[in-house]
Design a protein around this ligand. Structure first.
Ligand SMILES: *Cc1c(COP(=O)(O)O)cnc(C)c1O
Length: 455
């Protein structure tokens, strides 16, 4: 399968190249040249092991690796999950289910994408014989998942910048307590945007990225999206037969990666009636799906920090499909967005999407409500996907649980008066932190990479 840019000015590339590049040279995002129909067998094979099902799906897109080799790569990626089902579907009520996506090593759904990214990086190093330095910035969960995807892997070193004091203590510990020598968590004095700007500047210097064999880890790699598609199929095949005909997925949303993955599988034939885009008070996507106007505003810190985003980096992919794969129109829209700061779609039809918005007090209320009614504890991100539940239709709803509640003890304590725990988090509370503070400017980070990068 070939991958093309949403802006259409770069040549199509193979799976391996789309993976290695991340961003297309014309500034667009890679998408598959076409979306194949799901093989009918994939939808009826219930109780298939997760890795086998993911393989059945991913081999439609990865035609670079020999299928047996691809299976090994996938199997290795998901072997570190604490639950052998990887993504268990928990029933709360007749028509209400939770898809638990937090059984990976960093306890968020981002492990599904980034464990596979880690395995693919390792395979790339083995295949090419060229070791790599992986660089990224994080506001919390992505960094932890990327680090766990690559910790201890040969031929790769990982450098993750984060704003000191602005991520939770547990998120920092998940990055700084792995004990792996190839991991370099880098706190900087500044904001997430400052960290992001440093990364952008370093990747903008082509001779430096070449010399250092620098690879990016960020939210726009198409492989992360494709890896996430698999659990929607998995959820569907686990639903009991009496679950009913009408169904919807409710997805806590920030960068629009997770819910977009579901929508892609729907385009390939998964019978879904609705995707609920659940935002927190950083509600750019709620405003977009209710008005047709996409306009970033200032970011407010919320109880669901991994969704504190005002530019949803996967939105361009949605736009591309909304424009019926017209890359020229997408390029124009993005150029106008740069100039005017907004995108407006007249007479916008959101088709399969509906959106909700949760304030911090809604989040607390939803955590309480779910505990009271179903005796189940959701984390603050997942809580957003319970917004407006009772006023909704008769559909069977699958809520995607994106993080383990124990990752956010302060909010859960505020809502319920109890502190959830989780064994791996208890373990790292006792472990020595290893981190490498660097001054918050590109020159200092560059020097650090030159001194500590793999040769
Ligand atoms: C990243 C993240 C989200 C948002 O997912 P997107 O793919 O960016 O929409 C939601 N919940 C948690 C816990 C996250 O870490």
């Amino acid at each position: 399968m070939e991958f093309v840019s949403t802006r259409g000015s770069s040549s199509p590339v193979s799976f391996n190249e789309a993976f290695a590049r991340g961003l297309a040279p014309d500034g667009g995002l890679y998408v598959p040249r076409h979306l194949p129909l799901l093989p009918q067998t994939i939808l009826v094979e219930e109780a298939m092991p997760y890795a086998a099902m993911a393989w059945d799906f991913l081999r439609l897109f990865d035609t670079d690796h020999d299928p047996d080799h691809l299976f090994e790569i996938i199997d290795q990626a998901y072997g570190s999950f604490s639950d052998t089902i990887n993504a268990p579907l928990v029933q709360l009520d007749d028509k209400l289910f939770v898809l638990e996506l937090f059984h990976g090593p960093s306890l968020s759904f981002k492990d599904f994408g980034l464990q596979l990214v880690g395995s693919l990086f390792q395979e790339q190093v083995e295949r090419t014989g060229v070791p790599i330095n992986v660089l990224g910035a994080t506001s919390g969960d992505t960094g932890a998942a990327a680090i766990h995807g690559l910790a201890g892997k040969k031929g790769a070193r990982v450098f993750i910048l984060y704003p000191e004091g602005r991520i939770s203590e547990l998120q920092e510990r998940q990055m700084a307590c792995t004990g792996a020598e190839n991991i370099f968590p880098i706190p900087i004095q500044g904001t997430f945007d400052d960290a992001q700007a440093i990364i952008k500047e370093l990747f903008g210097d082509e001779s430096f990225t070449k010399k250092m064999r620098l690879s990016a880890v960020n939210s726009i790699n198409i492989v992360r999206i494709l890896a996430q598609c698999a659990y929607y199929i998995h959820a569907f095949t686990q639903l009991p037969p009496e679950a009913g005909d009408e169904m919807e997925f409710a997805v806590p949303t920030g960068n629009f990666g997770n819910v977009f993955a579901g929508w892609l599988v729907h385009q390939m034939g998964l019978p879904v009636d609705r995707f609920v885009v659940a935002t927190n008070e950083n509600d750019i996507l709620y405003r977009f799906f209710t008005t047709g106007e996409y306009r970033p505003e200032a970011v407010h810190p919320s109880h669901a920090p991994s969704m504190d985003i005002q530019i949803a980096s996967n939105f361009e992919r949605f736009l591309y499909y909304h424009n019926e794969k017209n890359a020229e129109a997408t390029k124009q829209a993005m150029a106008n967005f740069q100039k005017s700061g907004s995108i407006c779609i007249p007479n916008f039809d959101p088709s399969n999407f509906v959106a909700t918005r949760s304030t911090d007090s809604d989040i607390l209320e939803n955590i309480r409500h779910v505990k009271q009614k179903y005796d189940y504890i959701v984390d603050p991100h997942t809580a957003c996907a319970f917004q407006g539940l009772d006023t909704n239709s008769n559909a069977t709803r699958v809520v995607l649980a994106t993080a383990h509640p124990a990752k956010f003890p302060t909010v859960i304590r505020e809502a319920l008066g109890v502190t959830p725990t989780e064994p791996t988090l208890e373990q790292i509370k006792k472990t020595q932190l290893v981190k490498y503070p660097v001054a918050a400017n590109a020159a200092a980070v560059r020097r650090f990479l030159e001194e500590n990068g793999i040769e």
